[in-house]
Write a protein that binds this ligand. Sequence first.
Ligand SMILES: Nc1ncnc2c1ncn2[C@@H]1O[C@H](COP(=O)(O)OP(=O)(O)OP(=O)(O)O)[C@@H](O)[C@H]1O
Ligand SMILES: [Zn+2]
Length: 712
Amino acid sequence: MAAAIDGVLPSTLQELVKKSKVLVVGAGGIGCEVLKNLVLSGFTDIEIIDLDTIDLSNLNRQFLFHREHVGKSKARVARESALSFNPDAKITAYHDSVTSTDYGVNFYKKFDVVLSALDNRAARIHVNRMCLNADVPLIESGTAGYSGQVELIKRGLTQCYECTPKEKQRSFPGCTIRNTPSEPIHCIVWAKHLFNQLFGESLDDEDISPDAADPDAQDAAVSADSDGAGGDATPKELDKEAEEKPKDGKDDVTDNGNVVRINTRQWAKDCNYDAGTLFNKFFNEDINCLLLMGNLWLKRRAPVPVQWDTLLPEGKSDDNPEIAKQHHKVWSLEECASVFASALKELSASFLKLEGDDTLSWDKDDQPAMDFVAACANVRSYIFNIERKSRFEIKSMAGNIIPAIATTNAITAGISVLRAFNVLEAKWTQCITVYARLRLNPRNQFLVPDASLPGPNPDCSVCSKDPAITLKIDTKRMTIRDLRDEVLIKTLNMVKPDVEVPLTSTVLLSSEEGETDDIEGKLLSEMNIVDGVILKADDFFQNYELRIIISHFDAEREDNLFEVVAQAKQLQPKEEEQSKEKVEEKKEDSEKSAKKRSANGGGDAPDEGPSTSKRSKPADVDVVEDDDDDCLLIEEDEDEADTVAVATDKLSVQSPPKVGTKRKPSEVIEDNDEDITEIMDSSDEELAGPTKCKRTRLDESLSQPVEVINID
Ligand SMILES: Nc1ncnc2c1ncn2[C@@H]1O[C@H](COP(=O)(O)OP(=O)(O)OP(=O)(O)O)[C@@H](O)[C@H]1O
Ligand SMILES: [Zn+2]
């Protein structure tokens, strides 16, 4: 209660602190620190919301949590721990997603300030919109390794979270994943897709079988026909090959040309998940099928199929879970086969226990799920002569882990609470964005403030007077349902959109259940939604109205079926708007430091820290975006040892709303009941509690996990 002691804070501020009501969103790395700081500063009326439970891996930096809390609600435990600093404080904890419709504008209006400590874009966008609506100042924070950022968002005064466009994420062509992988990450993505095909929510663009329609493969067929070279197959032959493999599963082509894979999962089930049969299918037969596409291998090294029996001949144990515990070892091919078998056994057993259409959800902390992906990725890497990785490395790539640094979280949370003081005192000009950096800049600053408060973007598709976007879309292949699910919900982060054509007063989508069911399967073009049509989308819950200008295009096979185009002015990178002061500062910076790119959306400007708002993309670096932690990940030059280099497989164009996967029923927490039951004890975080916890939690989740990985 240090700051609550008279004289520590100016008395007027102390009074304001005592009287104010604050909301903390997220009780993770930053959120725990924020809550602790708030209580120790004398705040006594606090609400905190987090949808997740405590994982063993959180304990090294989320100091309100201890070992005995693993599996319990983060919000609830954070509340209890913070109360020990000041038992008189009133802290309300919600174990729930902040995007739940239980937290409407009136919920936000209660607060003097909201402090957001989230880790994904979808939730940040939502909180941004709600705070704008409720006209409550929002202090938005984020960290990525050693970099941190705190910014104020206030309606009419500052930029909002969506004032600047988010750049697209790196994506890999589908045929690279399916036919011609050349990097470990390609094999890891393929292995995650395989997991989903067998046990998870399988998406159309997550096919793992050879892609006979690969343009390179088509060329192969042509050249084989013309020069008579052996070893190549025509597309017909490939089709026949596929037909002869009933176990491969059939692809159904839907009206809109999408391919829906329906049978791989059933086939695996029919085979009783026999490890040898599945292994040979994915790592032998499918590879032989790829080899038939001769031209693919003219300039590439051809893959080498592997055979189960040669790795694990009969009688040799195919179930050796000990190997899976060796996280830092690069497993041999035999060991991969063994891990594959034991993971398959566990996953299939869990899967078979599910009811109805329920599926498993891939989670890096779910031991068999992670083992499965690590083993499959490595077998595939072996086949394609790609460097194999340890389970530990694969986890980092597959789970998009940016090393979380406790100190950065603490510094960032400290700045957040200082900003809350500024907000309470209405000292707006002091609320400039601050970046925490790993190194001192030429001005010897470790915490680098922005030059000024950037005002709202008059063309922002959220906070401007008349928000509008142009939607490039293949109206002949996208249905009304796709418009709702893929565009409005997944990409534009609406919660319950209604859409109408103002000119004709046609209601295309209604958030009222059942009202537009009869037309949702129709193509946009069938409903006369063609080039030039303007739609009005409205999210009543977010109080968000958006004009959507339709711009039709005929999507090619490898194209996305739609693209949200921001207004021209919005696309201006932040550096171009920077103040003279910043530009001069950049000049001062030597060539050496110019190479050091922070994880900031400010791009290659080394004096800027990480961005949670992704202002712009550095032009000359390989930027990978992580939509979970919502930070730009920059693959640095190797000699830049002091900066964070992270590899990731987050390939999606659309941010997957993580929110759905871990949702819990809304609940104001006052008592102590446990929500996660099965926790095993182990000294190894990856072998114990989290696995069981996550599985339990995910199985119980109310909505489908959503992970949109765009690989085409
Ligand atoms: N929609 C949401 N509603 C409520 N809380 C959310 C929502 N989305 C994310 N969060 C929470 O925000 C917090 C972010 O904290 P942090 O970045 O430290 O993540 P973490 O999950 O604790 O750590 P890690 O991802 O490294 O395992 C998490 O506790 C997460 O559960
Ligand atoms: Zn805005």
